[in-house]
Ligand binder design. Structure first.
Ligand SMILES: [Zn+2]
Length: 225
């Protein structure tokens, strides 16, 4: 009897652990009646999208060096909804909203572009935001950094060394973060980890030993040619 109770208890524990780790990925298309929504179904599709959400999440945990579930944000489900909205996409909590109008207007490789957008948006689901105190340019730069490292940077992005400010956001900040990470591999993971509890630009100096303005100057000088 005692052995049975112990066995049942261990099964329950294993099941609980599995449930705690399992993140579900879901996708739906509410714009199937629009030309962009139809293009999404033809060129991308819901099964592939779900796989991208799963692959992107695993890639993000790796990039952020979050091997243990306890290191990650507590998220039960990541969902994608294709909608008849303007813009490109946005993420609210764990829900990614992709514009069917945008998908309809993509020139070139629709599947690759949508995949890149999903890596960017999935990063917003998982990244820390300094309890709301990190600047928006850095948040967007980290999302594009993940997209870059995953191999989905589109051809129209700025080249390394381009841009006016380190926190300009998106591709400009992503390229700069890539430079910072080259100085100390794992830099972006460390930066994200620090952003769990707050934010200050001084995080750059604490990790790399130089303040962010000096790093930006060094970066610009390196690529001046
Ligand atoms: Zn974004």
């Amino acid at each position: 009897m005692k052995l049975q109770v112990a066995t049942v208890a261990s099964f329950v524990l294993v099941a609980l652990a599995a449930a705690a780790q399992a993140v579900t990925f879901d996708a739906s298309n509410k714009a199937s009646g629009t030309s962009g929504g139809r293009r999404f179904n033809q060129a991308v599709g819901l099964p592939y999208s779900k796989k991208v959400l799963s692959d992107a999440s695993a890639f993000i945990w790796k990039t952020f060096n979050q091997r243990a579930v306890g290191d990650r944000k507590t998220v039960d489900a990541v969902t994608l909804v294709v909608e008849d909205i303007s813009g490109v996409a946005f993420t609210s909590a764990n829900g990614i909203h992709l514009s069917a109008q945008y998908v309809g207007g993509i020139s070139g490789d629709v599947k690759k572009e949508v995949t890149g957008v999903l890596y960017h948006e999935a990063t917003h689901v998982w990244q820390w935001n300094g309890q709301g105190r990190a600047n928006g340019g850095l948040i967007e730069g980290i999302a594009d950094y993940v997209r870059l490292k995953a191999g989905f940077a589109p051809g129209h992005w700025v080249k390394p060394g381009q841009g006016d400010r380190w926190d300009q956001g998106y591709d400009v900040t992503a390229r700069f973060l890539d430079y910072c990470d080259s100085l100390k591999p794992g830099f972006v993971a460390q930066l994200n980890a620090k952003m769990k509890s707050g934010y200050t630009d001084d995080f750059f100096a604490r990790i790399l030993g130089k303040n962010v303005q000096q790093l930006w100057k060094d970066y610009k000088a390196k690529f001046r040619g």
